[in-house]
Design a binder for this molecule. Structure first.
Ligand code: PGA
Length: 239
């Protein structure tokens, strides 16, 4: 079941999605929140930082991380989380989980990450952004869905889209670790946030019906509890 909430613009999207997260934490103070990085969630984190909720018992797990970047690298997702989420929202160090971009053995790191999520009791609410190519996390379009946390070769489209944080597409790492489709689908609730006309096509594929690994976000049609919060540009005049 997909519920759609329309926001007028990016700012309102941040408020609406932020309120959804606050409600989750009110219901369960020690929620496990699956969190996303990138441009779209920034407005949500800004809104939450203004509200100053008590998140002292919340545990956070991240969707993905670039391989080859240290946590101290400003372009890593570890750094993003520290800057925009963990520190402003006062999430304790023991409650922060993210794949290690400098792990010596990617397969082992993926196994470890899945196990850590399992030990936490699974994810209560997973926040997702949407790639222009329909990816969720770094689950790129392909012939089949990949289930568990895995190493992924980033598509040229993703490297081009993310080059705005790097300077040029060549500087964007080639590989990343990402939660798999099954890891995401196991979350008890999913909140997909979508902003801007560049995402309209991928969003339309989700709302249009069929599930295909060529547009990974369409898998969400099989999840029992999905909320899509999207701004007017992403909805392209629909709703
Ligand atoms: P964005 O990224 O929020 O920076 O547009 C979304 C994504 O690629 O998942």
């Amino acid at each position: 079941m997909v519920e759609i909430i329309r926001a007028e613009n990016y700012e309102e999207l941040g408020r609406i999605a932020g309120e959804q997260i606050l409600r989750q934490v009110e219901e369960k103070r020690d929620s496990v929140l699956g969190l996303a990085t990138g441009g779209t969630p920034r407005g949500i984190y800004r809104y939450l930082a203004e509200k100053k909720p008590d998140l002292s018992r919340v545990r956070t797990v991240n969707l993905d991380e670039y391989l080859g970047l240290s946590g101290g690298d400003p372009r890593s997702y570890h750094y993003y989380m520290k800057e925009y989420v963990w520190e402003p929202l006062e999430i304790g160090r023991e409650n922060r989980l993210i794949p290690d971009g400098l792990c010596p053995d990617a397969e082992e790191e993926c196994r470890r990450y899945e196990e850590q999520i399992r030990v936490l009791g699974g994810i209560d609410l997973q926040l997702l952004g949407l790639g222009e190519n329909g990816h969720i996390g770094f689950n790129e379009p392909g012939p089949a869905f990949v289930c568990d946390t895995h190493k992924v070769c980033l598509s040229p489209e993703t490297r081009a889209a993310n080059s705005r944080f790097f300077g040029s597409p060549e500087e964007v790492p080639r590989y990343a670790l990402t939660m798999g489709i099954r890891t995401i689908m196991r979350a008890r609730r999913i909140l997909l946030v979508v902003s801007g006309g560049k995402k309209a096509k991928a969003l339309q594929a989700l709302m249009g019906g069929g599930v295909t690994p060529q547009i990974p976000v369409t898998i969400l049609l099989l999840h029992p509890r999905v909320t899509v919060a999207a701004d007017a540009a992403a909805l392209g005049g629909k709703f």
